[in-house]
Design a protein around this ligand. Sequence first.
Ligand SMILES: [Zn+2]
Length: 359
Amino acid sequence: MKRCLFFLSLIIVVSLSASAQTRTYELDDSHFHLTNYIQEGTNIQDFLKIMGDKVGRVALFGIPLQQQWSYRVDGNNAPKYYLNTDAPLYYYSFTDAWIAMAYKSLTKEQQARFDPMITGFNPTDMYAADHIRRVLQTFPGVFSGIGEFSIHKEFVSAKIAGEVASLQDPALDKIFDFTAEVGLVSILHNDMDVPFSKEGSAPAYLDQMKAMLKRHPNATIIWAHTGMGRIVRPVKSHAATVEEMLKDPALKNVYFDISWDEVAKYLVATPEATKITADLINRYPDRFLFGTDEVAPATQQSYLKVYYQYDPLWALLSKDAVAKVRKGNYERIFDQARLKVRAWEKSHIAGTAAAAAAR
Ligand SMILES: [Zn+2]
C-alpha cells in the first residue's frame, strides 16, 4: 500500500512537472507537417526557433505521400504540390524514419515538446498495421500516434497510385484495432462530403464515417478539419451535424481539430459563422483542438497565420474553452497516449535490440 502511494505521488509529480513545462506557452499545435509533398521541409532546430516561446508542444509528422516527378508528364517542371501535375502520388514509408531521426537528434528537453506521429502506411493494405508495429519496434520511445493520414481528400485520393482508400476497408479497421490496443492517438483526414455536392443532399461520407468510428470505441480519433476541405465546404448546418456526433455517447472517443487556414476561412467567414462555431465549442470545450496544419514553414509569422486568423473566434470562447482548445485537450490526450504507448512498447519489445536502444 505504502509502495502504491509512493508511485501514485511520483506519477502526480511527474505529470505536474509535464504540465508546468508548457505553462508559459500560449498554445500547442495538434496538427503540423514538418515536410511537404516532395519530402522536403524545415530543419527541426530551425523549427524550434519558429515555435519560440509561443508554441509549447507540437504533434509532428511529415506527409505520407510523395508526388512523383514524371518526366514524361512534366518535363523539367518539377512538381512540388499535388495540384501542380497530373502525375500520381505514392505512399512514402521512409517519412517515418525521417521524422524519428529528426526527433532523436534533439535533447530530452526538446523532445518533450514533440509528439511524433506515424504516417507512412497505405490504409488500403491489410499489412498497414504491421508497418505501424514495425515503426514502433524500430524507434521505441518516439511515437505517440498515427496520422495525419487520409481516406477521402478532394483532389488527392483519386491521384494516389493503386487502390482508392475507403472507410469500409477492413484494412482500416485493422489499423484502428491496433491503435486501440497500443493507445496511439489517430489524426484522420476524411472529407465529410464530395466537392460540388448538390445543395441539400446528405454529406457523401458522413454515415460511413460514423459507422467506422463506432466500430472502434476504444481508439482515440481526431477528425481533422471537422471533415471540411478546401472546396468541401461546411455541409449545410455543419455545426448541427458535428454537435449530433458530440452528443452521441457511442462517439465519445472522437475529437475534432480546427486546423488549416482553408477551414478557418469558413469558420470565421462572417460574424454569424464565428458565433455558431464559438457556441458549439463553448458547449463541448473538451472535444476540440487547435492545430495549424502548416507545412514546412520558414517563419513564425507564416507558421502562426491560422492562429491569428482565429482571433475573432478566440474572442468569443469562454476562458475555459480557450485554455482547453489551445492547450489543455492536447496535453490530456497526448500525455495519455505517451504513457500507454511507452507501456505497450515495454511489454511488447522488451529484450530486443530496439528496446535496448531506447533505454
Ligand atoms: Zn488534412
